[in-house]
Write a protein that binds this ligand. Structure first.
Ligand code: G6P
Length: 478
């Protein structure tokens, strides 16, 4: 339970790190939530005694705050209607495609926006109720962009940070949003706004310059006070996120995981080359481009199913949103066609798994895979790329990585970078990865591991919270 003064650190994210289930007797159970945000934040929270405010994952679940996995969790209730308009609608059918280069067309609906505002207010109220005087409140991701300002209005004593886990779009795309000014003002309620890449931070600053008359100087935006004089400062900068690299490295070294990796390869018929893709089933991940390229490689005879196979894990995601239903049909049609055309008895071209798996099984798959394919069309960071590297203490394996991921900014010297729109170029890189000799693999993987093991998630959160804490508090302005 929180002390009567509240918590010194409050994390606010759309999802709690666990999805809550209620059994017939009303007893609360839970399972891990999907996605990179939870992967990154869980270890941060386990080391502090802060509170995590978030949605429980289901409709109309009224659950009291509770402790789980060394974290104090504060559930926010959403009705079925709010899930449809705020989560599936505005968050995942307006903002998500708009912020990912309009790969799918964003839908703009005023009712969705009204619900987004209302739900953001509920999260802000819940966070305000948990925060001790002068506490740090750290708000996460595109679902909650109005929370910083809403919080500041009721709790000017707080230090407020915001981190955007997905890209921030170029002004030319952001301008499509009818509520663009309200979103910018919502974010500017924070003291510190963090982005994955320097490019995202500069896109945001450009939007501020174009849509407001606030002064900006480098990463600093100066807000006017009540009299129109220069008031508080907001900093917008990049803080590339990471994973709990050592934990993942250790997990992949356990005898159980090592044995399971061998078993996976044996079950696949001990191929010379096992390729692996691991994604939420999302149109931003370039799964269709990857599978198309792989099918053409088989067609061209550059690899054959007797020696190579592709395992594609596509974990179920946002299944009520139309674009995701269409994607699933496309991907499954494509996999079926390629398997029908090139598969042989005992040799599938593609092993397609529409499931999600626990970290132990993921670590075993990474260890088993000779080539890891991360071919996103746009991706804030992509933590799968970092997990693959953290798992490979044997210095083996090749990472094929899209230029359009945040991870590419940090991993370009060890990975084979690809443009997923350039199918011929991607085919060449996949074939090169399949044939790469062990010395070259080791040389590249060592570079990648140095980076991933030193720049871990603790460093990320320490650096964000360090900058936030060092910023002048509100009382220093008045
Ligand atoms: C990405 C987003 C997260 C989101 C996750 C899973 O990682 O940045 O905010 O939680 O995807 O998506 P979902 O819609 O299932 O929460």
């Amino acid at each position: 339970m929180p002390g009567h003064d509240g918590h010194d650190l409050v994390v606010v994210a759309n999802r709690l790190p666990v999805d809550i289930t209620l059994d017939d007797d009303g007893k609360v159970g839970w399972k891990r939530s999907p996605g990179g945000l939870v992967t990154a934040l869980e270890p941060v929270m386990q080391k502090s005694d802060g509170a995590w405010v978030g949605w429980s994952g289901g409709p109309d679940l009224e659950v009291e705050p509770f402790d789980a996995d060394d974290m104090y969790l504060v559930p926010v209730t959403l009705s079925a209607d709010e899930i449809e308009r705020y989560y599936e609608g505005f968050s995942n059918d307006t903002l998500w495609p708009l912020y990912h280069d309009v790969i799918a067309p964003p839908a703009f609906h005023r009712q969705w926006w009204d619900t987004y505002r209302r739900v953001n207010q509920r999260f802000a109220d819940a966070a305000a109720a948990q925060a001790a005087p002068g506490a740090i409140v750290w708000v996460h991701d595109y679902q909650l962009q109005l929370v910083p300002r809403m919080l500041r209005e009721q709790r000017p004593d707080l230090r407020i940070g915001f981190f955007n886990h997905i890209p921030f779009p170029p002004l030319e795309l952001f301008q499509q949003l009818p509520w663009r000014r309200a979103v910018v003002d919502g974010l500017l309620g924070a003291d510190l706004i963090g982005f994955q890449r320097a490019g995202d931070a500069s896109n945001f600053i450009r939007a501020v310059r174009r849509l407001t008359d606030y002064t900006t100087r480098g990463p600093i935006i100066t807000m006017p006070d009540a009299n129109g004089k220069p008031g508080r400062h907001v900093r917008a900068a990049s803080f590339p996120i990471s994973i709990d690299s050592n934990h993942f490295d250790q997990l992949a070294r356990t005898p159980e995981v090592q044995a399971r990796a061998k078993e996976i390869r044996a079950d696949l018929g001990d191929p010379d080359v096992m390729m692996l893709g691991v994604d939420r089933l999302d149109y931003t991940k370039g799964i269709r481009h990857r599978i198309k390229a792989y099918g053409e490689i088989l067609q061209d005879g550059r690899l054959d199913v007797g020696h190579a196979t592709l395992v594609q894990v596509a974990s179920p995601s946002r299944e009520n949103v139309g674009a995701y239903q269409d994607l699933r049909e496309h991907v499954e049609g494509l996999v079926g066609r390629i398997n029908g055309e090139f598969g042989e008895i005992g040799h599938s071209a593609i092993h397609y798994l529409h499931h999600s798996y626990p970290p132990e099984e993921m670590a075993a798959m990474y260890l088993a895979a000779d080539v890891m394919l991360v071919t996103s069309l746009r991706d804030g960071m992509n933590l799968v790329a970092k997990e693959y590297v953290a798992a490979r203490s044997d210095d083996r394996g090749v990472l094929v990585l899209s230029e359009f991921t945040g991870a590419a900014d940090e991993m370009s010297s060890g990975a084979l970078l690809v443009n997923p729109h350039d199918i011929d170029g991607m085919k060449d890189s996949i074939v090169a990865a399949a044939h790469m000799d062990h010395r070259e693999q080791r040389r590249r993987m060592r570079r990648l591991r140095r980076r991933v093991l030193s720049d871990d998630v603790a460093k990320w959160s320490d650096s964000f919270l360090g900058v936030l804490t060092a910023m002048p508090s509100r009382s220093e302005y008045v």
